[in-house]
Design a protein around this ligand. Structure first.
Ligand code: GLU
Length: 304
């Protein structure tokens, strides 16, 4: 397996030249588009290649953390009563939602507007506590007590995130956010700026691959039914408006972020963390998707 991972990475390296690093958050444009890393975690051992240790910001993959904790706190039915699970077919930060605005079936937890609402469902008496709970949960599910926020990316995102601000105020207007919008956005921006590497993502994915259980410690990190729910949501809408195509070519639950990360899991088998910051027009890592395609075909990972 180790040899297979190294070969896949080398064969896909050239695709890094086909994408562009994200520039809508100024700090992200500093990434080196030629970097590429992969980490595969299994119950029996780990395999890795390339720049897997390179830290990058988690960005949209934080949406999975919001959803896991909100579901754990409130139950899946509560979350689904407020935010739908249909693929929107729109870009991640779309604002063109039909009137009457925010019919629950028009948004889902994997697009910004839905994710901001779900972030607000994480139980806490203050947004500071909400942030701390999300950090504690992230460190636990990724088995990494050292996880920190990238302060530069956070500041850059907070300064320029006016579209997210607009989305959050739309939510507030529809009574889908309680309390301070700006404070909740601070939590959202900070969590998108969580610094991770491929191993962190692979560890989180391994929990999803094993019905919410950490197979190393035996700890049930999230309820079994929540892991099944998460995998279903990731399969239908984790790869932005490229989720359908990804289902046909790779066929496993996955979530990408504009920092160049992809977290993917093959139920019962493995957790995968990818980093390669050159993105396609939809915001997905070009070489990252290629690596997953080859891995899926060679290891017969597709769940379909
Ligand atoms: N922090 C980013 C935003 O909300 C996340 C974008 C992404 O990775 O899709 O704009």
């Amino acid at each position: 397996m180790q040899h297979c991972i190294e070969e896949i990475l080398e064969n896909c390296r050239r695709y890094t030249l086909d994408g562009e690093v994200a520039s809508y958050i100024p700090e992200l444009s500093k990434a080196n588009r030629e970097e590429i890393g992969i980490y595969v975690a299994t119950e029996d051992g780990d395999f890795f290649a390339g720049d897997w240790e390179k830290p990058f910001t988690i960005q949209s993959i934080a949406k999975t953390i919001f959803l896991m904790l909100a579901a754990k706190d409130n139950g899946i039915d509560f979350v689904k009563a407020h935010v739908g699970v249909e693929a929107t077919g729109k870009s991640f930060n779309a604002i063109d939602y039909a009137e009457p605005l925010l019919l629950r079936e028009h948004i889902n937890p994997m697009v910004n507007i839905g994710a901001i609402a779900v972030c607000g469902m994480v139980k806490a008496v203050s947004n500071e506590e909400r942030f701390q709970r999300l950090m504690t949960f992230s460190r636990r599910i990724m088995e990494n007590d050292e996880l920190q926020i990238d302060e530069e990316v956070y500041a850059s995102e907070k300064k320029t995130g006016n579209k997210n601000r607009a989305l959050a105020y739309l939510l507030k207007n529809s009574d889908m956010i309680y309390g301070s919008v700006e404070e909740l956005l601070d939590v959202y921006f900070a969590m998108c700026s969580l610094k991770v590497n491929c191993r962190d993502l692979a560890r989180m994915a391994l929990v999803l691959a094993h019905h919410g259980k950490n197979v190393h410690t035996g700890e049930q990190v999230i309820p079994e039914e929540d892991a099944v729910f998460m995998n279903a949501v990731l399969t239908t809408s984790g790869m932005y408006d490229g989720s359908g195509e990804f289902a046909t070519t790779v066929g496993i639950p996955a979530k990408s972020g504009v920092g160049g990360g992809i977290m993917a899991d093959c139920p019962g088998r493995m957790g995968i963390g990818i980093y390669s910051p050159a993105l396609d027009k939809k915001g997905n890592s070009v070489a990252g998707i290629r690596m997953l395609e080859v891995l899926s075909k060679s290891q017969k990972l597709s769940i379909f």
